[in-house]
Design a protein around this ligand. Structure first.
Ligand SMILES: *[C@@H]1O[C@H](CO)[C@@H](O)[C@H](O)[C@H]1NC(C)=O
Ligand SMILES: *[C@@H]1O[C@H](CO)[C@@H](O)[C@H](O)[C@H]1NC(C)=O
Ligand SMILES: *[C@@H]1O[C@H](CO)[C@@H](O)[C@H](O)[C@H]1NC(C)=O
Ligand SMILES: *[C@@H]1O[C@H](CO)[C@@H](O)[C@H](O)[C@H]1NC(C)=O
Length: 433
């Protein structure tokens, strides 16, 4: 694996270095948005539609932003799992509240009714760098392969890393213990994750992804094209003592949210962000002008994590928490985004999805946290029929309990979290020339 990645990277870097000389070409203006255009405020909900910075995505330096299209790639943090679907949830669990959707809708609102932004929403829950990287042998269609190059794209959004770096295993082993006694130890999961974060493999893959995206959109003909890469946010307030005796475990008597655990899990997130930031910096060093923008929205989640002062976890009613709990509701502003999930997705509890003898392999292959969680729970219950759910009342009340999203959305941003991510993206874009 390693040599082949290094070789691919070397090859793409060489091609970029040799082609960047031609990047002086000026862009043509797409006069879709004139400076005088009024931006529509959607739904009368204050704070919903935001005006994206006029000079980003950067197509000119004249304060005009002729955005004609963009692409979103990556994992469930980019897909916006749990933030509402319109009728049917797709297998990628893309949500209406995803920050990329909010940006698309802001751009649309900014076009004075002319609907001319094409948004390619290719992000997918469970995606690792492998699913994003172009398939060299044509064995599968990766996200980069799926980019339609006939459609215009002025910028790309990317979130990737959590699945490569073992977030689910840490969540499972340290917090939820879906597979009960068999979930492995928290220490091991944290150590594996740390090892993976500190190895070069992820960095190398991220570099290739970024370069492949640039190649795919023919960046040399689009000097304004940028890739905005988002990180992750720390999950917990790790200063409070209040949470030490509380638990998110799915089974009775689950692990406690001790301060030390919260600190370690937060550190994992900070390390991933640091790794992404460093990689982005390295890539930019190959270009005359920065091609990649790293968005660290972590501080924006201050006060909105789990275990905040005075909060008794799990608190399902608290809209100020910007991450999902298992089966917890969303906190979208108008609260009306449909969460209806189609029949195809609401597989009955007896389906293969939760057949303890056969669910594991497909769940692992999908890397979908929800499918993994459900499968582990089915397996745990199968091995020990006397197991009791910690929140049986909640499950009994909710007819959606066997939908993977019910579990898969946990520790992902809720709608207000995605708004904060979007706002941070705009804030950073605004600081660019
Ligand atoms: C904009 O156009 C696209 C593609 O034609 C369509 O899918 C989308 O629903 C339109 N959006 C609005 C708000 O009209
Ligand atoms: C790419 O987009 C063009 C323009 O909308 C469309 O005609 C074409 O079918 C798309 N290609 C694929 C492979 O979807
Ligand atoms: C939380 O947000 C939801 C969705 O907007 C809303 O229905 C609910 O009333 C809010 N809850 C509280 C306690 O404010
Ligand atoms: C409010 O609800 C409408 C109708 O479901 C939806 O189209 C819109 O995106 C929602 N807005 C927010 C901020 O959730």
């Amino acid at each position: 694996m390693k040599p082949s990645f290094a070789m691919r990277l070397a090859a793409v870097l060489t091609s970029i270095v040799s082609s960047r000389v031609v990047s002086g070409r000026t862009l043509q203006q797409h006069p879709l948005i004139t400076p005088g255009d009024q931006y529509v405020i959607g739904n009368g909900v204050s704070g919903y539609h935001r005006r994206p910075p006029s000079h980003i995505p950067l197509a000119s330096s004249k304060g005009i932003s002729p955005v004609t299209g963009f692409i979103a790639l990556g994992d469930s943090y980019s897909a916006g799992i749990g933030t509402g679907v319109d009728g049917t949830e797709d297998d990628c669990r893309r949500g209406l509240g995803a920050h990329s959707v909010l940006i698309a809708s802001d751009l649309l609102a900014g076009q004075g009714g002319r609907n001319s932004t094409t948004f390619q929403f290719l992000s997918c829950t469970g995606a690792t760098t492998q699913e994003v990287l172009s398939s060299q042998d044509g064995s599968h269609e990766s996200q980069i392969d799926a980019v339609n190059t006939s459609l215009s794209a002025d910028f790309a959004l990317l979130s990737i890393g959590g699945n490569d770096l073992g977030f689910f295993d840490v969540m499972n082993a340290c917090v939820f213990r879906f597979y009960n006694f068999y979930s492995g130890t928290c220490e091991t999961a944290l150590k594996n994750s740390r090892d993976q974060i500190s190895s070069d493999e992820f960095t190398r893959r991220l570099e290739i992804i970024i370069i492949e995206i640039l190649d795919r959109v023919h960046w040399e003909k689009k000097e304004y094209f940028t890739i905005t890469v988002t990180g992750y946010a720390r999950f917990f307030n790790d200063v409070t003592d209040d949470c030490d005796e509380m638990s998110f475990g799915v089974w009775w008597n689950g692990p406690k949210l001790k301060k030390d655990l919260r600190i370690q899990m937060n550190e994992m997130v900070l390390e991933v962000n640091a790794k992404i930031r460093e990689t982005v910096k390295t890539i930019n060093s190959h270009f005359i002008k920065d091609k990649v923008i790293f968005i660290d929205y972590d501080r924006g989640f201050d006060g909105h994590r789990f275990c905040e002062e005075g909060v008794k976890e799990p608190d399902y009613d608290l809209n100020d928490t910007w991450f999902f709990l298992v089966g917890g509701p969303d906190n979208a502003r108008n609260g009306t985004r449909s969460n209806h999930v189609s029949d195809v997705q609401t597989l009955p509890p007896t389906s293969a999805l939760v057949d303890p003898s056969s669910c594991l392999e497909p769940a692992q292959a999908s890397r979908d946290w929800g499918r993994l969680a459900l499968c582990y729970m089915a397996m745990a219950k199968h091995r020990d029929p006397s197991l009791r759910l910690a929140r049986g009342d909640l499950v009994a009340e909710n007819s959606m309990w066997y939908v993977p999203t019910y579990y898969g959305k946990t520790f992902h941003p809720r709608s207000l979290g995605h708004e904060a991510i979007r706002n941070k993206i705009y804030e950073v874009w605004q600081t660019l020339e």
